[in-house]
Design a protein. Structure first.
Length: 82
């Protein structure tokens, strides 16, 4: 899966972003929140991505429950909001 995403061109990524936004707006209750009624509380998953030392893009890091081990560090361009 990661190799497929890495091989995508900018146009492919933009197509996936448009599709994700369309799906989110069509099916998500979060997109219909009425801000006049109050704030919208969102939850972010900050869980680490542990993996084996031979995995693609693996690097050593600290994981709170596992100590020092290998995991994936996603570049900021992969952390996008919809």
């Amino acid at each position: 899966m990661q190799e497929t995403l890495d091989a995508c061109h900018v146009a492919n990524v933009k197509q996936m972003e448009r599709a994700t936004k369309t799906i989110f707006r069509t099916h998500s209750l979060a997109s219909r929140h009425d801000y006049r009624q109050g704030w919208q509380i969102l939850d972010a998953d900050m869980t680490g991505l542990p993996c084996g030392s031979q995995a693609a893009k693996a690097g050593k890091g600290y994981f709170s429950q596992h100590g020092i081990r290998h995991g994936r560090q996603l570049p900021s361009r992969h952390r996008r909001t919809v």
